[in-house]
Design a binder for this molecule. Sequence first.
Ligand SMILES: *[C@@H]1O[C@H](CO)[C@@H](O)[C@H](O)[C@H]1NC(C)=O
Ligand SMILES: *[C@@H]1O[C@H](CO)[C@@H](O)[C@H](O)[C@H]1NC(C)=O
Ligand SMILES: *[C@@H]1O[C@H](CO)[C@@H](O)[C@H](O)[C@H]1NC(C)=O
Ligand SMILES: *[C@@H]1O[C@H](CO)[C@@H](O)[C@H](O)[C@H]1NC(C)=O
Ligand SMILES: *[C@@H]1O[C@H](CO)[C@@H](O)[C@H](O)[C@H]1NC(C)=O
Ligand SMILES: *[C@@H]1O[C@H](CO)[C@@H](O)[C@H](O)[C@H]1NC(C)=O
Ligand SMILES: *[C@@H]1O[C@H](CO)[C@@H](O)[C@H](O)[C@H]1NC(C)=O
Ligand SMILES: *[C@@H]1O[C@H](CO)[C@@H](O)[C@H](O)[C@H]1NC(C)=O
Ligand SMILES: *[C@@H]1O[C@H](CO)[C@@H](O)[C@H](O)[C@H]1NC(C)=O
Length: 264
Amino acid sequence: MCPTQLFFISLFFLFIINSSKADNTTSFGYCPSSVCDNGLNISYPFWRLDKYNSDSPQYCGYPGFGINCSQIDSILYISGDSYNVTNIDYSVYSINLVDIDALDNKICPRVHHNVTLDEDLPLKYSELDLFVNFYYNCIHSPNSYNIAYPFDCLNSNGNKSYHAEEEEDFDWTRICEKKVVVPVTKDGFTRGIGAAMVEGFLLHWVNATECVECEASQGRCGYNNSTHESLCYCKDGTVKFDNCNTKENIIALSLSAFGRKFFI
Ligand SMILES: *[C@@H]1O[C@H](CO)[C@@H](O)[C@H](O)[C@H]1NC(C)=O
Ligand SMILES: *[C@@H]1O[C@H](CO)[C@@H](O)[C@H](O)[C@H]1NC(C)=O
Ligand SMILES: *[C@@H]1O[C@H](CO)[C@@H](O)[C@H](O)[C@H]1NC(C)=O
Ligand SMILES: *[C@@H]1O[C@H](CO)[C@@H](O)[C@H](O)[C@H]1NC(C)=O
Ligand SMILES: *[C@@H]1O[C@H](CO)[C@@H](O)[C@H](O)[C@H]1NC(C)=O
Ligand SMILES: *[C@@H]1O[C@H](CO)[C@@H](O)[C@H](O)[C@H]1NC(C)=O
Ligand SMILES: *[C@@H]1O[C@H](CO)[C@@H](O)[C@H](O)[C@H]1NC(C)=O
Ligand SMILES: *[C@@H]1O[C@H](CO)[C@@H](O)[C@H](O)[C@H]1NC(C)=O
Ligand SMILES: *[C@@H]1O[C@H](CO)[C@@H](O)[C@H](O)[C@H]1NC(C)=O
């Protein structure tokens, strides 16, 4: 290789390194944790859906985990339904959700839809939940040996509604129009079904351990929705895959790939 060739190659490398320096502060600024007006702290793998097009041009968490904050609530959309996020516990990977439509009437909550977890969302029910079955518009009472609790505030024109903790060996579809199954916390359920609906249920997300390493190295976590890779935005402006202490960053990786191609 002749000296001029080497000179141009070094110039090229210098150019790349300088242009990566140029977004030093911007890339670290991409995914700060953020507090909703109601006090909820949103960090990776959750992100602010309401700020998506302004402050966070990059993906700052898992694709389905955008939270829409407003003055009164902080909504997570799951399978098209809206849930108010009342708490996120980052240390045990749990999130507390309350079904928004069930609370139209807090004295007599009526659930309209099943809670359905999309298969591609990395969420699962907590062991602290139990499932309650609601049966609406039943034309008469179930047999007395069924453990069903009447929901008198929902009775209409002689039709009755019930909730039952477990599926009994009884064909409810013969006497009722609609069945809805919802999770509540076991703890909330001890305070009655109304209180349980107001308190909601818990889900766990798949541990975002990739972020623990990144944050420990003073980085901020992000996620590339097209490659499904977690990213770590570092204070020096570099973007890495796992943490800011590793030497290789994404730009360096593509550079070395380029270098190899160029020299061989
Ligand atoms: C929000 O949570 C993140 C991660 O646990 C933490 O680093 C940050 O300091 C918290 N922010 C506020 C304002 O509590
Ligand atoms: C992520 O990518 C999927 C397709 O792979 C797309 O449907 C979805 O809208 C994207 N999410 C965001 C937040 O842009
Ligand atoms: C967020 O919620 C507001 C209502 O508070 C709504 O107008 C807006 O469309 C929602 N944004 C998204 C991205 O769903
Ligand atoms: C949503 O949850 C927040 C936090 O617990 C609470 O302050 C707010 O009142 C709730 N909003 C609704 C509409 O239930
Ligand atoms: C009572 O429930 C039956 C089905 O279980 C339904 O066909 C009927 O319309 C209901 N009546 C009223 C007044 O809601
Ligand atoms: C809710 O799910 C149960 C099965 O778990 C099903 O029998 C019922 O029809 C569903 N209800 C609605 C309203 O989709
Ligand atoms: C992942 O989270 C579960 C709780 O959902 C916890 O029991 C487990 O120890 C966690 N694993 C790691 C590697 O953090
Ligand atoms: C995400 O991956 C795509 C495809 O490799 C790439 O073009 C894009 O620059 C990446 N985005 C980030 C923020 O790394
Ligand atoms: C990036 O900015 C930080 C301060 O924001 C500075 O300490 C650091 O030296 C800068 N890194 C580069 C590579 O310019």
